[in-house]
Structure formats: structure tokens, C-alpha cells
Design a protein around this ligand. Structure first.
Ligand SMILES: C[S@@+](CC[C@H](N)C(=O)[O-])C[C@H]1O[C@@H](n2cnc3c(N)ncnc32)[C@H](O)[C@@H]1O
Length: 269
């Protein structure tokens, strides 16, 4: 999301019901543009963790996936789930947005790699306890919910003991800068400790887009609180020769400080 600064933008607490409505509407409306802009970078059958281009094929953060039941959380067009299926995993992909899932269904038809697609909210998973061996997401769902501790607890519930939960999010320290890939994005303008979400709203003050911030400590606290063990925190470096930009992610900023945090966790056996 490219943050904009005008009178439609504010910082205020937004509960989960208002955030769900806002984000479902926003992702439904933006799905075509998002795929047009980022679809080629993400691939049709590929698992890219972040704008830095780290791929699961190289990083292997999920461990061995063959034969494993894998849940892709906030899957968007579900390229990761299709890649997992190609590796012999048994993925299920879900998203809040019907617009994003339409792209997932279209890509299934064009690639011939079909995975079960479910429309659901990450705060209320329609899956049984211990139904999955692995859960993962690249930038899905987590930044868009108010009660992210409850999201972690839901994922914990649907994982079997010994299961792994790996997710990427915008690196929390990016919160202090403007969403500017250039020089303007090198100047700290906002407190790292201010958790009030970034909100875009309509002329009636109703939220149309909500993005949440948690510090690194907050994330670790909510993971540990849900019962997970932290195995690794990966901060992908900007690779030499990668000249692309993705919103506020750019070579200029990527060379100086991290843009993505990938949390690698497990539910103790
Ligand atoms: C940045 S996209 C990430 C999707 C995909 N991994 C990608 O890289 O394109 C964020 C996704 O999270 C989904 N999302 C937002 N809030 C959600 C929620 N509460 N439950 C499930 N999915 C949600 C959005 O609909 C969107 O498809």
C-alpha cells in the first residue's frame, strides 16, 4: 500500500469489524490494479516472500513441504499455494477478498495448478483444530487486523503440535518513514512507538483502508502469547542487481535498512 497524505488520511483506532469492511472493499476494488502492477513479479506458480525477491525455493523457511497440509493465509492470487502444490504439498488458500480470489481462480485455470480456495477472515478460520502442518503468508492479513494477537491464536489453533507458522510483514522500522522510495523516504517523520493505525476514510469518516503497526517486541509478545516458539527472524537484504521498486521498497532504501521481516515460528510438539 502506498500511503497518501491528505485530508482523507488519519491515525485512529479502528475495530476489527470496521477494518474488515474497509479492507475487503479496498482489496476487492484494487485487485485488478494490484495484479496488473505486481503479478509478473510474484509469478503464477512461485513463492516470493517480499519485494526484496527472497524465494521459498532458496530460503526453505517452511522446511520440507512434500505431503504436508499447508494453509496460505491472506493468499491474494495464491501463487504461493500453487508453488507449494507443485512441490507435492497439500495446500489450502484463503483470503477475505472475493476480488483477489477471482485472480486466484483465474490463475488456477491458466496454469492448471488447482488448490482449494476459501473466502474467510483470518480472525475466524473455518478449519478444525490441528488441521494443518504448516501455515504461511507473504504480507497477507496480518497488517490489516486490529487484534493481531487473536489472529496468531487462530493460526495456533489450526496447526498441529510441531507445526510451523512463517509470515512476512513490512519491517516495523519502516513505519517511522514516509512511504517514499526516494530520498524523502530516508527521513524519520513518525514515532516507532505510535501504534495508532494508518487510516484512509471517506467524506463521512468511514474507514476505506486500514493498516496496522506493531513493533518487533509487540509481534514477538503476541507470538509467544499464542504459544509459538520463535525460530528465526529473517531480514532479507536488498540483492545486488535488483533494480525494481515496489511502492516504498527501492534499491536506495533497501541498501540502508530492512524493508521486510519474516518471522519463522513453530507450535511446540
Ligand atoms: C498484500 S496482499 C498479499 C497477498 C499475496 N501474498 C501477495 O503477495 O500478493 C494482502 C492480502 O491480505 C488479504 N487480507 C486482508 N485482511 C484479511 C483478513 N482479515 N483475512 C484474510 N485475508 C485478508 C487481502 O485481501 C489481500 O489479498
Amino acid at each position: 500500500m502506498d500511503r497518501v497524505d491528505d485530508d482523507r488520511v488519519t491515525r485512529r483506532r479502528v475495530g476489527d469489524a470496521e477494518a474488515r469492511r474497509a479492507n475487503r472493499g479496498w482489496w476487492d476494488a484494487d485487485a485488478d490494479d494490484y495484479q496488473a502492477e505486481h503479478g509478473a513479479f510474484l509469478g503464477d506458480v512461485d513463492f516470493v516472500w517480499c519485494p526484496e525477491g527472497l524465494r521459498e525455493a532458496d530460503a526453505r523457511l517452511l522446511g520440507d513441504v512434500a505431503g504436508r497440509r499447508v494453509l496460505e493465509v491472506g493468499c491474494g492470487a495464491a501463487a504461493c499455494a500453487r508453488w507449494l502444490a507443485r512441490q507435492g504439498a497439500r495446500p489450502v488458500a484463503f483470503d477475505l477478498s472475493a476480488g483477489m480470489l477471482r485472480h486466484a481462480a483465474h490463475a488456477a485455470a491458466t496454469t492448471g495448478v488447482r488448490v482449494p480456495l476459501v473466502q474467510a477472515d483470518a480472525l475466524a478460520l473455518p478449519f478444525a483444530d490441528a488441521a494443518f502442518d504448516i501455515a504461511c503468508t507473504a504480507f497477507g492479513a496480518i497488517p490489516f487486523v486490529d487484534d493481531s494477537a487473536a489472529l496468531m491464536a487462530e493460526v495456533h489453533r489450526v496447526l498441529r503440535p510441531g507445526g510451523r507458522w512463517v509470515f512476512s510483514v513490512t519491517h516495523p522500522m519502516r513505519w517511522i518513514f514516509l512511504d517514499d522510495p526516494g530520498e524523502g523516504g530516508l527521513v524519520a517523520t513518525h514515532s516507532y512507538f505510535d501504534r495508532s493505525p494508518y487510516v484512509e476514510q471517506d467524506s463521512h469518516g468511514v474507514a476505506t483502508y486500514v493498516e496496522q503497526h506493531r513493533t518487533l517486541g509487540d509481534r514477538i509478545r503476541e507470538l509467544v502469547g499464542a504459544g509459538f516458539r520463535l525460530l528465526d527472524l529473517v531480514e532479507p537484504e536488498w540483492p545486488a542487481g535488483h533494480d525494481g521498486t515496489w511502492g516504498q521498497w527501492s534499491p536506495l532504501r533497501g541498501r540502508l535498512f530492512p524493508g521486510t521481516a519474516v518471522f519463522v515460528t513453530e507450535k511446540p510438539a
